[in-house]
Design a protein around this ligand. Sequence first.
Ligand code: PPS
Length: 570
Amino acid sequence: MGAFKEPHGGELKNLYLPDSERDAEKRRARDLVSWDLTMRQLCDIELLLNGAFSPLEGFMDKGDYQGVVREMRLGNGVLWPMPVTLDVTEDFAGSISDGDTIALRDQEGVLIATLEVSSIYRPDKALEARSVFGTEDEAHPAVHYLMHNAHPVYVGGRLRGVEAPNHYDFKHLRDTPKEMRDRFQKLGWRKVVAFQTRNPMHRAHLELTFRAAKDVEANLLLHPVVGMTKPGDVDHFTRVRCYEHLLAHYPEQTTALSLLPLAMRMGGPREALWHAIIRKNYGCTHFIVGRDHAGPGKDSTGKPFYGPYDAQHLMQEHAEELGITMVPFKNMVYVEDRAQYMPEDEVDENTRTLSLSGTELRRRLQEGVEIPEWFSFPEVVEELRRTHPPRHRQGFTVFFTGLSGSGKSTVANALMVKLMEMGGRPVTLLDGDVVRKHLSSELGFSKEHRDLNILRIGYVASEITKNGGIAICAPIAPYTATRRQVRDMIEPLGGFIEIHVATPLEVCEERDRKGLYAKARAGIIKGFTGISDPYEEPQNPEMRIDTTELTPDLAAHRIIVKLESLGFIR
Ligand code: PPS
């Protein structure tokens, strides 16, 4: 192994027990207290066990954790920028003591590893957020995770690996650091530059990585993250199919593709350092760091969390100690007159350059508009179009909300029939009364029960939407926060069109088809929406209708027109 390929801290860890000891460990684990690993912890443990996080030998104890949080150093002084901790509930923490061994299992109960508990401690989460991520602003995804998802107590200790977390997808593209190093050795790759990404790659990325490799005379490893990335990112299945297409465009025998099951924190500069250390452990000699590396986007006041080159500066500061060389990212732009990509800093300001922002790309995908050849490869675009069909081929949910008797069900029925007449997608009506009969039969009308009811409707609608169908929901849904939750559940999967049926209470009460208003006024029905329970009006629905004067037919027609204008039907 060449001098350049030293693992971080000197030794490539492999925390798995020898095959001969695994069965005994499994038997022993039957009597141990078990912790079911979260998604994040499963990603972390995979990279701990296979040595990608060398020199770590387990989840951090209090000493390592504090050193890492405060000064990016483990207890033994080795540079390490990111806490890797096992967060557990109070209840679980209360059931274990120092010196115990606990079993760590995946969601199906498979034993992944055992952990010898050496430290049980309560982190100062605000301090962790400020020191590691530079902010307590919850618009930062990792801070939000820390405050709302991470459990309150951390457990540290050494791991004994029993079974690697299982992956059913892209097995041929998954390598441990040892496997990757062996491959480099076999291929005779002495210098390897790694490229980290969580996004689909297009022509600019190809040019950039190709140039980086050429500049440092190294081979190239495309090393995209497929663990957890930023919420809202393109799913890794789609991305990996795109990367496979892209790979064919590199000169033969120069470039490899391998997937990294890392749970990103979007921690900017500290994360860049972490990424570099991981790649060093995989045997790479160089690492590309771009503008705003692992950036979490904007804070709650609209300002970026980190400066665009903070990550490069921090890498520079620790260059010597890192033992992997940074290749700073040059922003590539397309120069039309020369029909080629060039680094931004090599183009004079009078030259006409072309670029396409991520937002514009999403718009074009959404509306089925052309994506130019200079931007991407047709196979990559085709792949993105398959998972991001234009709106008229996406599923959507029409969510009616309004008082009892406002006309929701009648209009929803009319709309359903009109959509079925048009054809193209299956339509499901989740009417308030019908849902309460089949899906929520045990629920009443307390706030808690109403919320549960709406979230169930939202869940079913989200599945329908995800699978390309049309869900029409027509509950009262009186609470803003719950409607918001439903929107958040559905919007990433397709369309969400909220329609406030704003027929005034007096009209609803006057109609009183079911005689419920009279009973509510008489106090026979308690907590009736609009009478003795609140209805919070939607502030920004996609549409508002009032059925006082509007026939169901006309109301449904208006909604169809709205759906057409939004691009969901044509
Ligand atoms: S909610 O709040 O969204 O969960 O309500 P929903 O599932 O749409 O059910 C509303 C229908 O239940 C009848 N009903 C009541 N409505 C409101 N408040 C109370 N306390 C109540 N008790 C029974 C009522 O007939 C509603 O039907 P619609 O179709 O809206 O008139």
